[in-house]
Write a protein of this length. Structure first.
Length: 341
């Protein structure tokens, strides 16, 4: 299967390169470079959708229409692992995915971004991913993946909170609750440390899992809770602002495809990616407050951040951070984050 994917990927890159070579002949009209931009969220109101369309418009403008983008809003795949496979096989050019899947591919360092309470605020998160920390992590990903994955930008879905069938104010309130978590070892360690029973469930199965009460709780940002209607389900109506994860998502492109392009094309892609990243982040945090208001209007019960014992949750998270850094050799990166003010 890996061999077939590699062959398909190589053929896609070769075809793209040939099209551009043909378009660069003096007697030939400029050819379009078609790109497919995919993420797993179906709602056009989602920040990922907003960001992908911003990328499409910007690159169309600066490239004079020679680079075209087709945006796939949750239609290519709803599961991020499948999106990555599609990119590797050439069915997608750029994808938005969580870092967790890379840990299973032999790049455990990226799971640092899933560490609970690693970032203190949105500003703290931005300073780190846009600074030396983000640059070094991007290079680790590029090298360790054999250039399969090139990070074009760090996107966000604002901050994640607990939601479930009852309110939570301290870790002891989670005892025995079946909670859906992200496919991340640190995340599962954290929720288990709080006394809950963590379970990894694909995003595409979340609605069914809540409806059938196969889980008692989950965790996500206000916008995703709202757009998917999870707050209207019995096991999702209580939201507690644990603020445990300032979400990081990778804007990824196939490294070999990127390297096959001309310097001008790369510059266009980099510029459009930076532009889209800034707008996507703005949209994500703007929608956080709007979505919070709407879920409250819809009847959800909110436990505000100042009512949650963040200190107790952090006390569980810090040893998990230290253990992770020691196991993965990322102590310096962890000190870098903690030292950023």
């Amino acid at each position: 299967m890996k061999k077939m994917a590699a062959v398909a990927r190589a053929l896609t890159i070769a075809v793209v390169s040939l099209l551009w070579l043909a378009g660069c002949r003096k007697d030939a009209a400029p050819r379009q470079l078609p790109l497919i931009f995919a993420h797993n969220q179906k709602s056009v109101l989602n920040p990922y959708s907003y960001g992908s369309h911003a990328f499409k418009e910007k690159i169309g403008e600066i490239s004079g229409g020679t680079i075209s983008v087709e945006c796939m809003n949750g239609t290519l795949a709803e599961d991020e692992d499948e999106l990555v496979k599609k990119m590797q096989m050439g069915a997608a050019s750029i994808v938005v995915v969580s870092p967790g899947f890379m840990a299973s591919l032999g790049i455990p360092e990226v799971d640092m971004l899933s560490l609970p309470y690693l970032f203190e605020s949105a500003d703290h998160w931005k300073k780190n991913v846009d600074g030396q920390f983000g640059k070094e992590l991007s290079e680790i990903v590029r090298e360790r993946s054999g250039n399969h994955f090139r990070i074009l930008g760090y996107w966000s879905a604002s901050v994640r909170n607990y939601y479930g069938k009852k309110a939570v104010r301290a870790p002891e309130d989670l005892a025995g609750l079946r909670i859906r978590t992200q496919p991340s070892t640190p995340q599962m360690q954290f929720w288990k440390g709080c006394g809950a029973e963590p379970s990894v469930i694909p995003w595409s199965e979340m609605e069914k899992s809540l409806e059938k009460e196969l889980i008692d709780a989950a965790e996500n940002d206000y916008t995703n809770i709202l757009l998917n209607g999870h707050h209207k389900m019995r096991n999702g109506t209580f939201i507690s602002e644990t603020n445990h994860d300032f979400t990081t998502r990778f804007l990824l492109m196939d490294g070999a495809l990127y390297d096959s392009l001309s310097a001008q094309q790369k510059a266009w892609i980099d510029e459009a990616a930076q532009y889209a990243t800034e707008l996507e982040r703005e949209r994500a945090f703007e929608m956080e407050s709007i979505s919070k208001w709407q879920v409250t209007e819809d009847g959800a019960t909110i436990t505000e951040r100042n009512e949650v014992d963040i200190g107790k949750f952090t006390a569980i998270a810090v040893p998990i951070q230290d253990d992770f850094a020691e196991r993965t050799g990322t102590e310096r990166l962890l000190r870098m984050v903690r030292g950023t003010k």
